[in-house]
Design a protein. Structure first.
Ligand SMILES: NC(=O)C1=CN([C@@H]2O[C@H](COP(=O)(O)OP(=O)(O)OC[C@H]3O[C@@H](n4cnc5c(N)ncnc54)[C@H](O)[C@@H]3O)[C@@H](O)[C@H]2O)C=CC1
Ligand SMILES: O=C(O)C(=O)COP(=O)(O)O
Length: 416
């Protein structure tokens, strides 16, 4: 059985499982999905009509998670929320689960607790390691990442443990893009340095002459959801936007007025470079001594993606030499960074403590998005935002379910 199939069928089925299919659908029907508006479309599978209609005898008998029997006693699944989640999302979770919020746990506390839960919800501050997933083995079956980046979750270990990982990939896009633009503008005009100086009683107008954005070339590295929103906004500021993304379609870039170029061309031509790729083995430390060496002298760098895409020691060297004039960083290889971090303390560096997704609106959206995703995953539905199992569009899913009925009738095998 493939890993994804293993995830979608029950890895830990058995009589101890009392979260049964039909009752949880009733619970799902009581979730106030209507308030989720646009999120609903994006999580089509989780909230599709197929997901909320009562189970009928014609529906396929395969797959859905830990069915014991339709008459088995009901027990709500238990969900552990390890980092601050918006109230709206907690409300959604409480419709179908017993929810415990345990913010600020140490890794040891998380290890000790995780086995008592069916699902764990984290943001970027919790490392869901192999150890955590092993500790949860036997009960934990869903990890929800309330945000985009899943570099803090050991996906391989999750798959091996039969644990589905879902994220909330859309609700914080605009917040992250707006923060990128905020850092770009603040850096160019020395806002944080001038603010600190003035608060310290120094009126230093000559020291804090900035640079203009209009007419400058901005290279967007990673032209996905956030990168393309940054591009749109930068166009509005009169910047010339180029982008590098090995997987982005050229027509998507063209429609925004950005030109897709190679990595080398992007870093060589840019006055400003804004990073928006995920942290993966392929992107780890791609900004290093060699790549800084190929940039224009005086280039300015914004990072709202992940600290790990930059070799931070190399960036300090590039800042010290003047190769990089300024950097504006929301993310760091180790968070929080050391108090004596040369990078954070550098006078040409503007920093924020991983605030990209931290707007009221984004946090509410992310909380609802992840609560829906976790609910759907616990009900055994194909998750639209699964990151270690295939995503299946709602219309394709409907077709597959039809085929699955036929398949069940003729031999009992499942396509999922
Ligand atoms: N600071 C913060 O609070 C936030 C940070 N993020 C970070 O931003 C990243 C991007 O988020 P989204 O745009 O929503 O994700 P996305 O998946 O929509 O976009 C990522 C893009 O990067 C591209 N990419 C992959 N490998 C690449 C490479 N080697 N070079 C260039 N491009 C590459 C992909 O093709 C994709 O288009 C997330 O992975 C996360 O780490 C996201 C939201 C908030
Ligand atoms: O969504 C992301 O990738 C983020 O980096 C946001 O992180 P956070 O949920 O604010 O800890």
């Amino acid at each position: 059985m493939s890993a994804s199939r293993a995830l979608l069928s029950s890895p830990h089925g058995g009589a101890s499982r009392t979260f049964t299919r039909a009752p949880t659908r009733l619970a799902a029907a009581s979730i106030p999905f209507a308030r989720c508006g646009a999120l609903r479309a994006r999580t089509a599978i989780l909230s599709s009509p197929a997901a909320t209609v009562p189970v009928t005898s014609s529906e396929p008998k395969r797959r859905i998670s830990r069915s014991v029997s339709d008459s088995a006693p009901l027990a709500k699944p238990a969900v552990l929320v390890a980092e601050k989640l918006g109230e709206a999302g907690l409300d959604v979770l409480r419709q179908f689960a017993d929810v415990e919020c345990a913010y600020g746990m140490s890794p040891a506390e998380l290890l000790a607790k995780v086995a008592q839960f069916d699902a764990l919800i984290v943001r970027s501050g919790t490392k869901v390691t192999r150890e955590v997933l092993e500790a949860g083995r036997g009960r934990l079956r869903v990890v929800g990442r309330a945000g985009v980046g899943i570099d803090n979750v050991d996906l391989q270990a999750a798959t091996e443990a039969g644990c589905l990982v879902v994220n909330a990939p859309t609700a914080n896009t605009v917040a992250a893009a707006e923060h990128g633009i905020a850092l770009l503008a603040c850096m160019a005009r020395n806002v944080s340095q001038a603010d600190a100086a003035l608060k310290a009683g120094k009126w230093q107008r000559a020291k804090y002459v900035g640079v203009s954005l209009v007419g400058k070339t901005l290279a967007i590295m990673g032209f996905g959801k956030v990168g393309s929103e940054v591009a749109r906004r930068a166009k509005g500021l009169g910047m010339h936007v180029i982008a590098h993304d090995p997987y982005a379609p050229a027509d998507k870039a063209r429609a925004i007025g950005a030109e897709l170029v190679s990595f080398e061309e992007a870093i060589a031509k840019a006055d400003f470079i804004s990073l928006h790729m995920p942290l993966t083995p392929a992107t780890s430390k791609v900004f290093n001594d060699e790549s800084f060496g190929k940039m224009k002298t005086g280039v300015r760098i914004i990072n709202v993606a992940r600290g790990g895409v930059i070799d931070e020691d190399a960036l300090v060297r590039a800042l010290d030499s003047g190769k990089v004039a300024q950097a504006a960083l929301d993310v760091f290889t180790v968070e929080p960074p050391a108090k004596d971090s040369k990078l954070v303390l550098h006078e040409n560096v503007t920093v924020t403590p991983h605030l990209g997704a931290s707007t009221v609106e984004a946090q509410e959206g992310v909380a609802i998005e992840i609560a829906e995703a976790v609910g759907g995953a616990l009900r055994g539905e194909l998750a639209a935002t699964a990151v270690n199992a295939p995503m299946v569009p709602a219309e394709v899913r409907t077709k597959l379910l039809e085929m699955s009925v036929i398949d069940c009738d003729y031999g009992g095998k499942s396509f999922f």
